[in-house]
Design a protein. Structure first.
Length: 194
């Protein structure tokens, strides 16, 4: 079982690009046992900085949590290209962010009811849109069923590998920086972008 210092470290490391304002959200996977310790986090302080935690899928095997910067994610879902892609995946025009996250969570969890696999949660293709992945790459991943990418890292890349590689490097450096800051004694809350 994790203690609060380890929870903060794991959250800071896993979600550094979101916490630093480089992307609108990050997904973190934790065990069901460790999830109980997440209640030790100061959610009020996170929310005062505009960050929210949303459980997308939970079962006895584990929990998938979306950490998101509300303002950034709301801006992203208002982008015309993102809206068009979300429509394709069954999201209705004018849906609030909360309603979209409810639908995403429903899709992640309910799709398992008809399957017998080892994972408790599935990842609908559109989750990449919520994570700030390029729309083109998300749609190509869907169309090609994950095949034929030109580069892979945080997501499968189908166009502009150079830009994606720069983004991946930026995310990696951010994660290292946050990890070092936590290791040096700073708390997660000291690292939050305003």
């Amino acid at each position: 079982m994790l203690d609060i210092a380890n929870i903060e470290y794991n959250l800071a490391y896993s979600c550094a690009p979101c916490l630093a304002g480089l992307k609108p959200s990050n997904l973190i996977s934790i065990s069901a046992e460790d999830f109980k310790q997440f209640f030790l986090l100061d959610k009020d302080l996170l929310e005062s900085k505009g960050f929210y935690l949303r459980v997308l899928c939970a079962c006895e095997k584990g929990v998938q949590i979306l950490l998101y910067k509300k303002k950034a994610l709301e801006e992203l879902i208002r982008d015309e290209r993102v809206q068009a892609a979300l429509l394709m995946f069954g999201y209705e025009p004018g849906m609030s962010l909360e309603d979209m996250l409810n639908l995403l969570a429903l899709k992640m969890h309910s799709s398992q009811a008809d399957r017998h696999c080892k994972r408790c949660c599935t990842f609908p293709h559109e989750i990449g849109l919520f994570l700030g992945y390029p729309v083109y790459d998300v749609l190509e991943y869907y169309r090609r069923r994950g095949e034929g990418c030109i580069f892979s890292g945080y997501w499968k890349v189908y166009a502009d590998a150079e830009k994606a590689a720069e983004t991946f490097d930026q995310y990696n450096e951010c994660k290292k920086h946050f990890a070092l800051q936590i290791e040096s004694g700073l708390r997660l809350y000291d690292l939050l972008s305003a």
